[in-house]
Design a protein around this ligand. Sequence first.
Ligand code: NAP
Length: 285
Amino acid sequence: MENNLKNQIYLLTGGTSGVGKATAIGLAQKGAKIVIISRDARNAEKVLNEIAQRTGNERGEYLVADLSLQSSIRKVADEFKQKYDNLHVLANLAGKLSFEKQITPEGIESSFGVNYLSHFLLTNQLLDILKDSSPSRIITVGGNPSFIKHAKINFDDLQSVDHFNGMKSVSQAMYARVFFAFELARRLQGENITSNVFNPGVIKSNLTANAPWYMKILAAFYKPFEKDICEIGVYLATDPDIQNISGVFFNDKKQIVPFHEEFDPNIGQELWAISEQLTNRKTVY
Ligand SMILES: NC(=O)c1ccc[n+]([C@@H]2O[C@H](COP(=O)([O-])OP(=O)(O)OC[C@H]3O[C@@H](n4cnc5c(N)ncnc54)[C@H](OP(=O)(O)O)[C@@H]3O)[C@@H](O)[C@H]2O)c1
């Protein structure tokens, strides 16, 4: 894949900040054509200029979408397919940390929507072009393995609306992304499209920009360790050695953590069925 990198398109959600931007910079350094999704055209242009100055790669482009809204996700997927004729890597990297329950006009809790359901819907809306472009890859941001090993899905309150708690909601969405990535891999067996999930490590981020003071203090401790290139994201998106590896969790130093052996596939299937209902997106694979 790496030899063809310049002719292939890499679509990243969250490409303006944090894990998405850090992956976009690394891919741009390698000469890839990146397309980032942002809510804000001016922000996307600013970040793409910064990436171009830093890497010399001026081929980056953007699309505008609000990933908390399914109508916007459907629209941006259609726009992508009208504008581009291939998609080799979809990187599901957007996220947010919110301390208030927010129900969108479509009736979905926004934190759950952005942090998990958007990945499910965008992936499914783009699956046809990923298939047409195969071999292709879907990579999804997970989180720190020490949290993920305790993964639990509360199906009684999947969107955390009964007793909203920002950290709990973010954790549940993180667990959901891992189950989603594994279930996606299971469904894509034989398709030449891989699905993996990963811990990005400690990446420079805006996630705690609106967090309470105590969380900002905690975040400050991580500052000296923050990276502005997400090497594991770039590796998963491009490395030929892992072209056929699917359905696994990668830690930030490129090692596989055998969570796929521990995660109950029945939970992944139940989550998939509920996600289909919540997005009104029946899948046939
Ligand atoms: N940073 C880390 O070290 C780290 C470690 C482990 C896991 N993670 C996980 O990675 C995910 C992203 O975190 P981050 O650190 O990259 O956060 P971040 O720096 O705050 O970046 C968030 C990105 O998501 C996009 N986004 C947020 N809401 C959106 C919406 N409604 N529609 C479209 N795009 C939206 C933002 O784009 P616009 O503002 O341009 O729209 C931005 O590019 C989170 O789930 C987090 O838990 C991060």
